[in-house]
Design a protein around this ligand. Sequence first.
Ligand code: GRF
Length: 218
Amino acid sequence: MAKMKIAVLISGRGSNLQSLIDACADDGFPAEIAVVIANRPDAKGLQRADEAGIDAKIIDHTAFPTRETFEDMLHATLVTAKVQLVCLAGFMRLLNAGFVNRWRDRMINIHPSLLPAFRGLHTQERAIESGVRYTGCTIHFVRQEMDDGPIILQAVCPIRPDDTADELTARVLDLEHRIYPEAVRLIARGKVRVHGNRALIKDCEWQQNCLINPMIGG
Ligand code: GRF
C-alpha cells in the first residue's frame, strides 16, 4: 500500500523529527517524510533531515511581510510535496485560521503536557509548581486556539517530589518520542476519525489500569 506523505515542521532541535525519521526507516511504517520545513535557518533539526537524505526547506518567516504571505508559501510548499499530513514538532509559530482550516484534520501537534492543562510554554515548571502528581504529553489535531484540538494520544508521567523541570522535561520528551510515531501510524492506517471535539480511534487496545500517586496501601 502507498505510504502516507507527511511533512514535519520544526523551529529548533528536532528530536521529535528524529523519532519520526527513525520510525520511517522501518519498511513496514505506513508513512514517509516528504519534506521537512523550518521557519528558522538555524534550526538544528535541519541537519537531521540532511543526514537522513530528506528534502528540507527553510521558509524564514522574517522574510515575509505578513503572516498570510508566510503561510501561503508554507501551503504552496506542502501542496507541491503532495503532503497528506502535517506534523508540527516544536514549530514555534502561531498559525492563522486560514492556514489551520485549509489543513483541518490533516495537521497534528505535539505538546508536552496533558492537555487541556498547561497550554503554552514552560509546561514542566508550571506543572511542578502547581503540585499536580502527573504530567505527560499529548498529540492532537490542530485548531485555531493554541494547543487545542481533538486529542489522539496521551502519555502520562508521574511527577516526583524532588523533580527539577529539566529532569521532568527529559522524561516527558522520552514519552514524546514514543507517541509521535504511533499517532502518525494510527492516522496513516486510517484508524482515526474526528467527531466533534473528539478523535475516535478504531481497532486499538485501551489502557485499563488506573494509577494513584503517591502510592497508597504500602
Ligand atoms: C517538544 O517538547 C514539543 O513537545 C514542543 O517543543 C519541543 C520540541 O522539541 N512542542 P524538539 O525540537 O522536537 O526536540
